[in-house]
Design a protein around this ligand. Structure first.
Ligand code: EPU
Length: 424
């Protein structure tokens, strides 16, 4: 197996460039098949989730050409299959965007239940409720979700019961070619929802209101190919901001949209971190001790749940007692036990984790429990005395492009090694 080995105690200093947003990319790539034409997608992150979703398109009959590391061309003119293979679907959450994309183009779709990080139950009832409102018949057999419509999809008013990024995206995909007007109420407002709407509109769709909690979609008969560049990754940027602050470093993070970083910047400033904003960059530096703070994760524009494990690390070395209340997922604290192996003092009670700041952390063997939990292990290892090994790094590589390269360039000491499976 492959592991990361981190020699802690190095201060990060320099410049890091952020890649395209993972959670936008995994929605925009499926969306491209709605065009039935050729789309060029730029600023893609070089991560395994992008390879897997591209593989799914290829399996369905699309031609996907890698133009460069961050650019692909998707020719979906010959897509002829509407059933995603179990093998590919189980590797990632976003495979379920093929439901909306295939339904929107072909009026039918069969997609196995998706994989992805485990945070307790991850229901898809809101997706199915919305597809039914658009006129689809839904079914679940042997773990495969099926959608069909004989008469074609019809626009509808859909009021989501919970704010769901995935359901909002899937219903946007389903509705762009439906007949008439679809209104999604209680829509999610994440930056990648806006990015998807912009991409759909660049293919000729009529999507308005993305970024607010009401999205209106007037169905169009036909879409066409487009060239589109994906927004920078808010969570990748936030992860490096926290790594810089935790190590008492001075790092400028390039290719970001500072507005997307506001909820994260605000908390870091509250903790005593200095943040300077530029047009498309942020400089993060810290020379003072960290102060404790409290965070509650919420859908955008609240503090992102995908940043809470990284935030836990910086809280664990702040003066005083900090807390995180998880407002999105039922169970997103599995990583805390791993942090405790490095000396973090934490308790978890239901959706609340409390961190009592300690002077220092000490290296040990830990594992990535999920993607962002894995990123937290890397940051914790950077500030631990001595060596830390991190296993199950495939979680991390699903969503962070060239993480080691980027951190090593600003002074981290990290190695990727292949070791026997029983390595201790
Ligand atoms: N929910 C329902 N029913 C549904 C859908 C969601 O009850 O039909 C609930 C969920 O159980 C959860 C809440 O609604 O409690 C929010 O879930 P949401 O649907 O917004 O999450 P998601 O679309 O499955 C995406 C990201 C996650 C991120 C969440 C929240 C992708 C591929 N995944 O998941 O990202 O945590 O939104 O922002 O976009 C990550 O990148 O590490 C990651 C896990």
């Amino acid at each position: 197996m492959d592991i990361f080995v981190v020699e802690g105690g190095k201060r990060l200093e320099g410049t890091i460039t952020v890649g395209g947003a993972k959670n936008a990319a995994v929605a925009i790539i499926p969306a491209a098949i709605l065009s039935g034409d050729i789309c060029r997608i730029e600023n893609l992150p070089d991560i395994s989730d992008v390879s897997v979703i591209s593989q799914i398109l290829i399996q369905l009959g699309a031609k996907v050409t890698q133009i460069s590391k961050s650019v692909i061309e998707i020719d979906s003119r010959n897509v002829n299959c509407t059933q995603v293979s179990q093998e590919l679907a189980k590797n990632m959450r976003a495979s379920y965007y093929m439901l909306g994309a295939l339904l929107g183009r072909f009026n039918r779709a069969k997609v196995p239940m998706p994989g992805g990080c485990y945070f307790g139950v991850r229901p898809i009832d809101q997706h199915l409720k919305g597809f039914e409102a658009l006129g689809a018949k839904t079914g679940l057999r042997d773990g495969v979700i099926s959608l069909t419509t004989d008469k074609g999809l019809k626009g509808a008013r859909i009021s989501l019961d919970v704010v769901s990024v995935g359901a909002t995206i899937n219903l946007m995909l389903g509705a762009v070619r439906a007949e008439g007007l679809t209104i999604i109420e209680r829509a999610a407002r994440e930056p990648h929802i806006v990015d998807l709407a912009n991409f759909l509109n660049s293919m000729g769709a009529d999507v308005r209101g993305a970024g607010t909690d009401v999205i209106k979609i007037r169905g169009v008969k036909k879409l066409h190919g487009a060239t589109y560049s994906i927004i920078p990754d808010q969570i990748e940027a936030g992860t490096y901001m926290i790594a810089a602050a935790a190590t008492g470093g001075d790092v400028t993070i390039n290719n970001i949209i500072p507005k997307h970083m506001e909820s994260i910047s605000r908390k870091l400033v509250e903790m005593g971190v200095e943040i300077y904003e530029y047009d498309d960059a942020i400089r993060v530096t810290r020379s003072r001790p960290l102060k404790a703070c409290n965070v509650t994760t919420m859908p955008h524009p609240g503090f992102p749940t995908d940043m809470q494990p990284q935030m836990a690390v910086i809280m664990s070395i702040a003066n005083g007692v900090s807390s995180i209340t998880e407002g999105v997922w039922e169970n997103r604290f599995q990583y805390v036990e791993q942090l405790c192996r490095l000396g973090v003092k934490a308790t978890v009670q239901g959706r609340v984790a409390t961190f009592e700041g300690v002077e220092k952390l000490v290296g040990n063997h830990v594992r990535a429990t999920d993607l962002r939990g894995g990123a937290a292990m890397v940051i914790a290892a950077l500030i631990s005395d001595g060596e830390t090994s991190i296993r199950d790094i495939y979680h991390i590589e699903r969503g962070y492009e060239r993480l080691i390269d980027k951190l090593v360039r600003v002074g981290a000491c990290i190695d990727r090694r292949t070791v026997p499976d029983d390595y201790e």
